[in-house]
Design a protein around this ligand. Structure first.
Ligand code: ATP
Length: 779
């Protein structure tokens, strides 16, 4: 029987470039080849489709090597006027058919996806016209009666409805935060104000998130213009912050900022207000970040998103092809999206239509509608921003005196990026509501040994002026410690909680913090003083806390690791053929190694969940030898292997590197490297900072539900499983899971990790896209 012709899948990048587009191209090309298809790249967006010829090229596995670490798009992008018109699309259709392309994966913004949808809708009539005008024969077009298209959203604006993040948005946000962090130090030195203009004509996501991550004084976004007296409001907020003693003022303004009547608000207008000699008289400068925002290699998150969504796009294409083959209706054209942490497929046209509605609502000055059309995270972030900057200005959100609570804040375990941002946001929220936030310094060890009411004691209130500067600070300002409460004794813990009259505990930390909550919860039977609500916000680079798929600090860690690996890879390409075996942190969880591997395109990843065997190493040596053999005369870039610090009791990075060196028989060199604590990161990533704010506020809101003096009714607390909980992102949702449920059903206590790792499929993606042979090898 003749074998079926191979599916030919083409990938294209279109519209404005965004970091991560190269990751999409790599993932689509390699996944397509892995699935037995031929892969094509269409160069220069729709322009390439219309031009045809050398703009449409078959692409091989090795052609996309090294793509992950490169910014922009290697296959080019363009704005194509011809594609807006039917004749342009007709030529595009002809070129696709002439090249035998069955499916097209397009990564671009809403314009590109609108073009894609138009192309798809018109396709049958385009094919008919190609035949009726004699450009192609009936036989030629027969296999191409249906167009199989899948969209991916590559845009720094994060403006597509239906997805929480577009590919490139978090990198652009990181670029903004990096620039503003630098501007802040000069602003503080001179006690200046800075007005910072960021991209976003119809979408204020970058401005909003930057405002949250930085702890800006004021923001302007198109979807939510402030009231008519915005000039006065801004000056009041800035004056209040200056009165608190703040030496810097940062105002973020989106390109599309306007007032409620549709008139543009410009950086100059804001500057003039802040500098007005009769008003605040601040020495004010404008900084427009421009194209810096979209430049540079993609961050870890965008590499992950690009890769997983590229893989999903190929799967969607093949599912649609299969459906047609089986005589079923072709599934609706989809766009690949992400909701919280879940990659999903959504109808393309509905997502594009909803996105366009936002722009229309803004134009029509229907701002409530514009906000409601954005995703939930957007609205939550907006209210988080307002809560953390306008503290105390809006007394209507204060709780009544008899509802005020005294909430203890404690960090437990190793420091992780975002811990300080979480404390800051929690403190700000408490102040907004009129609660009393109290810091417990240096974890449970500090609590047990250095208590006392003296200012230098371990339990003390927060000085907002100090805390306000913590948004971008790494480490743990209130100090963290690995010690568990039982080490000092539960009796002492109960006595201290009573002594300090805590109504609730807000914990931020990793597996030790998780363990601590478990101990405190269990001890409630003996000590009724412990009958206060407690909630844990997971923060650990290892991301091994049960109840969540994301921990604060893990994104910072992955960014550090990916940057480190990029540099190492580059050094290897300048020298000889080399394999670097890099040891990653992560305890007994392979999350960091796996996601790091996804971000750098590792040839292999070794994790504790799978262990390491001699056969595995032998198979990988064979694979590497073959890979270097194929490289002859081509690029000599190095290859990376990531090994988790506890993947094996015997085979550590050094030993693996030595085994590889010995077994390579001079085909390649091998070195081991240990980035160690560098992975904990310096300045936390923008994502960790933003998520810290959102999740910390949600935690305090959760604690608020229990009200003051919960210990007066201990049975009620004991019988309520939600009174000790962990906040987490699980799939498409943010949830609070009762500690009792997590500790009894979902925790692998021996290995200090959740029983089920949600990222197992990602490990498979790393292996597939790294070209690693399936292990164990087939007989
Ligand atoms: P960005 O978000 O960076 O602006 P985008 O994809 O929205 O990216 P556009 O310039 O709007 O960028 O679109 C890119 C290309 O997609 C256009 O140059 C054009 O070729 C095609 N395109 C856009 N809109 C349409 C449309 N309505 N009909 C046909 N083609 C379109």
């Amino acid at each position: 029987m003749a074998s079926e012709p191979k599916q030919k899948i083409a990938v294209m990048t279109s519209g404005g470039d965004s970091p991560g587009m190269n990751g999409v191209v790599r993932a689509v090309v390699r996944m397509a080849i892995h699935m037995g298809c031929d892969a094509y790249c269409v160069y220069e967006g729709y322009e390439g489709l219309v031009q045809g010829g050398s703009y449409i090229k078959k692409t091989e596995w090795d052609d996309v090597r090294g793509y992950l670490g490169i910014g922009g798009t290697y296959i080019g992008t363009a704005r194509c006027m011809a594609f807006y018109e039917r004749p342009g699309r007709l030529t595009g259709a002809k070129n696709m058919i002439l090249n035998g392309i069955n499916a097209l994966i397009i990564c671009g913004g809403d314009g590109s996806l609108t073009g894609a949808d138009k192309f798809r809708a018109e396709w049958p009539s385009l094919v008919e016209e190609l035949v009726s005008t004699g450009q192609l024969t009936k036989e030629q077009v027969e296999p191409y009666k249906k167009l199989n298209i899948v969209g991916l959203v590559g845009s720094i604006d994060n403006d597509l409805s239906g997805t929480d993040a577009t590919i490139g948005a978090y990198t652009a946000l990181a670029n903004i935060c990096e620039a503003v962090d630098k501007i802040e130090s000069t602003a503080t030195s001179h006690s200046r104000a800075f007005v910072i203009e960021v991209m976003g004509r119809h979408c204020g996501w970058l401005a909003l998130m930057a405002g949250v991550a930085i702890g800006a004084d004021f923001i302007f976004i198109p979807e939510k213009p402030r009231e008519d007296n915005w000039q006065q409001e801004m000056c009041d907020v800035v004056k209040k912050h200056r009165d608190w003693g703040k030496r810097k003022t940062i105002v973020i303004i989106a390109e599309g900022a306007m007032d409620r009547h549709g008139s543009k608000i410009t950086p100059d207008m804001v500057k003039d207000l802040l500098a007005d000699k009769k008003g605040l008289a601040l020495d004010t400068r404008i900084s427009s970040l421009g194209h810096l925002q979209r430049g540079g290699p993609a961050g870890a998150y965008d590499r992950m998103l690009a890769t997983l969504q590229g893989v999903e796009a190929v799967k969607a294409v093949l599912d649609a092809a299969q459906a047609v083959k089986e005589g079923k209706p072709q599934p609706e054209t989809c766009v690949i999206t992400i909701n919280e942490n879940k990659i999903t497929r959504q109808p393309l046209m509905a997502a594009v239509a909803a996105t366009q509605q936002v722009a229309k609502a803004i134009e029509a000055q229907d701002f409530d509608k514009a906000m409601s059309l954005r995703d939930t995270e957007f609205a939550e972030m907006y209210s988080s921003f307002m809560m953390t900057t306008a503290m105390g200005l809006d007394t209507s959100i204060h709780v009544p005196a008899n509802k005020k609570m005294r909430i203890g804040f404690i960090n437990v375990g190793a420091p992780a990026g975002g811990m300080n941002a979480a404390v800051r946001a929690g403190v700000a929220y408490c102040r907004s509501r009129g609660h009393e936030p109290v810091g417990i310094y240096n974890g449970f060890a500090g609590f047990a040994r250095h208590h006392g009411d003296k200012p230098e004691g371990a339990v003390r209130g927060f000085d907002w002026l100090e805390v306000d500067g913590w948004a971008s600070r790494g480490g743990s300002e209130i100090g963290t410690n690995r010690e568990l409460p039982e080490e000092s004794g539960m009796e002492l813990m109960a006595q201290l909680i009573k002594q300090y009259r805590f109504d609730a505990l807000f914990l931020i930390g990793g597996f030790e913090a998780f363990h601590a909550v478990s101990q405190l919860r269990k001890a409630r039977e003996t000590y009724p003083e412990l009958c206060i609500p407690m909630t844990l916000l997971p923060a650990t680079i290892s991301n091994n806390v049960p109840g969540t798929e994301y921990s604060l600090g893990s994104d910072t860690c992955l960014n550090e690791l990916v940057n480190y690996c990029d540099k190492i890879k580059q050094s290897a390409s300048a020298t000889r053929r080399r394999v670097f075996v890099i040891e990653t942190q992560g305890g007994r969880s392979g999350y960091v190694a796996t996601l790091g591997g996804l971000g750098v395109g590792a040839s292999a990843v070794y994790i504790p969940e799978e262990g390491i065997t001699l056969d595995m190493l032998a198979a990988d040596v064979r694979h590497l030898k073959e890979a270097f053999q194929k490289d002859k005369g081509r690029s000599r870039a190095g290859r990376l292997i990531l090994v988790n610090e506890k993947a094996s009791r015997v085979y550590d990075a050094r030993l693996i590197a030595n085994v590889f060196k010995e077994e390579s028989h001079n085909r390649f060199e091998s070195r081991d490297l240990i980035p160690g604590h560098l992975q904990q990161g310096g300045i936390p990533s923008a994502m960790d900072r933003c998520k810290a704010v959102r999740l910390a506020i949600m935690c305090i809101k959760e604690l608020e539900k229990f009200g003051p003096k919960p210990f007066e009714n201990p049975d009620k607390i004991k019988s309520d499983p939600t009174s000790a909980s962990v906040i987490g992102i699980q799939g498409a949702q943010v949830t609070f899971t009762p500690m009792e449920e997590l500790e009894t059903r979902h925790t692998d206590w021996q290995n200090r990790r959740p029983k089920a790792a949600y990222w197992t499929d990602m490990k498979e993606v790393v292996d597939v896209l790294g070209g690693r042979p399936k292990y164990p090898e087939p007989e």
